[in-house]
Design a protein around this ligand. Structure first.
Ligand SMILES: Nc1ncnc2c1ncn2[C@@H]1O[C@H](COP(=O)(O)OP(=O)(O)OP(=O)(O)O)[C@@H](O)[C@H]1O
Length: 242
């Protein structure tokens, strides 16, 4: 399998405070990688560095062979990010938001209109297409933000606690959206605290603790969600999270 994302000796400090320590990581095309870890382990910082939103203090990141520091513009068109921040315009309708982001990515008009309809169907907001985002609940904004992140069919999708704010039905809908992405077209990296769901949907699991990767395994080597929970506790129990 081809590598889509490589980190070499990545470290990050805020002032004198080290958050990530010497991370080496290679993610192959088609993988669905979960990043687990206690509060303050450095998960969001790692995803921000992977997705060009933050720079490492040391080391380098490559996406599809492009060095992120030298070529962030071409890299950004290949990636999508779903995080706590929805990056939506409140004064625009759902459809106008998606049209705005689609145009920003240079998607042609006919393709874009079809894509907007398809995504609004998928996240079950087609009935609210013409309503302003300011009238949406938090969960609805999160669902629209999921559609926004997929508008340009990114090769690499970063998800930082994407279930935040979603009710049970919306979470299941979102699982379906993720499942429907062709793994060969979209590699996924997800920060989450939900071990049971991670076991169900991810193909590889990393555990981050104290700014280091303390566990990295294909999910197929782990027998059950219970076993993954035990592994998690054994890997984080000796460390105090900050
Ligand atoms: N902009 C910043 N300036 C200073 N310190 C920061 C900044 N962002 C994060 N940190 C610190 O870096 C450490 C790691 O934070 P990070 O958000 O990456 O953790 P996390 O594993 O995602 O945690 P959580 O599970 O709570 O979301 C924490 O100690 C945090 O206080």
């Amino acid at each position: 399998m081809d590598s889509i994302l490589s980190l070499s000796n990545v470290s990050k400090s805020y002032g004198n405070f080290p958050v990530l320590n010497d991370i080496d990581l290679d993610i192959k095309k088609g993988e669905f990688v979960a990043i687990l870890g206690p509060n303050g382990a450095g998960k969001t910082t790692l995803v921000k560095i992977m997705s060009t939103l933050s720079s490492p203090s040391e080391g380098s990141v490559e996406i599809s062979g492009h060095n992120v520091a030298d070529d962030s513009a071409s890299v950004r068109s290949m990636i999508g990010v779903i995080s706590h921040e929805t990056h939506l315009y409140n004064d625009l309708t759902a459809e106008e938001n998606l049209r705005f982001f689609g145009k920003m990515y240079g998607i042609g008009s006919d393709d874009l209109e079809n894509r907007i309809d398809e995504l609004l169907e998928q996240v079950e907001l087609i009935g609210r297409a013409d309503d302003r985002v300011s009238t949406f609940s938090r969960g609805m904004k999160q669902r629209l933000s999921i559609a926004r992140s997929l508008i340009h069919e990114p090769q690499l999708l970063f998800l930082d606690e994407p279930y935040t704010g979603l009710d049970q039905h919306a979470s299941l809908t979102f699982d379906k959206v993720l499942e429907e992405l062709d793994p060969q077209d979209t590699t996924r990296v997800m920060v989450t605290h939900d071990i049971t769901n991670t076991f169900k949907i991810c193909s590889r699991v990393l555990i981050l603790n104290g700014g280091r990767i303390v566990f990295d395994s294909p999910m197929s080597d782990i027998g059950s969600a219970e076993e993954l929970k035990e592994i998690y506790l054994s890997k984080v129990s000796n460390h105090i999270s900050v």
